[in-house]
Design a protein. Structure first.
Length: 281
């Protein structure tokens, strides 16, 4: 007896992944041009994967931590999608009244339960109802994502894109005062962990620092006095990045969590006493 179409689909179905290492971006100075590239707005938020399995949702960070409990309204919005199984990639953001995103609003929304200030901007679909589609071209994955989100909850947004004209798209994005843009090969598969196929160009001049110490508050300051920050810099052709830096003796060595790994460590106090619990400052 020949198999029915439903039987064939069930036999060909692939298991829903528990977690997929996210594809990353490479910082460049200029957006690429040409029809092989699609360009999206770069949002200022938490990179987040959403895993939907039979009505149960997990919100997973870029290191695989489960943050579903922090954002129950977003999880409920994902659960309402018209799919039995799905695995989505996006950016969880706090949204200002003018539509721009703000990193600080995310934490405030988590603390106060103000889900109205949140938006989950989805830019990729990696699995849908038994089919893993990471090997399909990005433009095809985004079209399927568009269909899935066509009647989605207002907290879920499709991160739309433009094909070609990357430099003009960048100029317009910067005029809108957003963080920057991300350019992606339209025909490329999803490459977990890769930092080269997706290119980011920033509009806002910001830098990342490592917190290496802090002092007690004085005067009217209620929480912190001062922070000691470290910035990694080496001129081209210089060996400065390999030379050790001697810190004052009052900094007691502590094991710090590696950035982006999800491992937690301790931040040393300047006076060498009990270190503070780590957190995002």
């Amino acid at each position: 007896m020949p198999r029915s179409l439903d039987d064939w689909r069930r036999s060909e179905a692939t298991a829903l992944p528990g977690w997929i290492k996210p594809q990353l971006t490479k910082l460049v100075d200029q957006a690429p041009d040409g029809p092989d590239w699609l360009h999206e707005i770069k949002f200022d938020g938490y990179r987040m994967h959403a895993r939907l399995d039979g009505g149960l949702v997990q919100l997973l960070t870029r290191t695989g931590l489960d943050w579903t409990h922090k954002y129950p309204a977003i999880a409920a919005a994902v659960a309402s999608l018209p799919a039995r199984q799905a695995y989505l990639d996006g950016e969880l953001c706090g949204v200002r009244p003018d539509g721009t995103t703000s990193f600080s609003l995310i934490q405030n929304a988590s603390d106060t339960g103000n889900a109205e200030a949140l938006g989950f901007f989805l830019f990729d679909l990696l699995h849908l109802d038994g089919e893993t589609i990471t090997a399909r071209p990005l433009k095809e994955r985004k079209e399927r994502l568009r269909g899935l989100l066509s009647h989605a909850n207002a907290l879920l947004h499709l991160s739309d894109h433009q094909i070609g004209r990357g430099r003009a798209f960048y100029d317009h994005a910067c005029a809108l005062k957003v963080e920057g843009i991300v350019s992606k090969r339209a025909d490329a598969p999803y490459a977990p962990g890769n930092r080269g196929l997706w290119l980011k160009v920033k509009c806002l001049n910001r830098e990342e620092f490592v917190v290496v110490g802090w002092t007690d508050p004085e005067g009217a300051r209620p929480w912190l006095g001062a922070l000691l920050l470290a910035y990694r810099y080496a001129a081209r052709g210089s060996s400065a990045a390999q030379r050790p830096v001697r810190l004052p003796a009052r900094f007691e060595p502590r094991a710090l969590g590696a950035a982006g790994t999800g491992r937690r460590g301790q931040i040393p106090r300047v006076d060498g006493r009990q270190p503070a619990a780590p957190g995002r400052l």
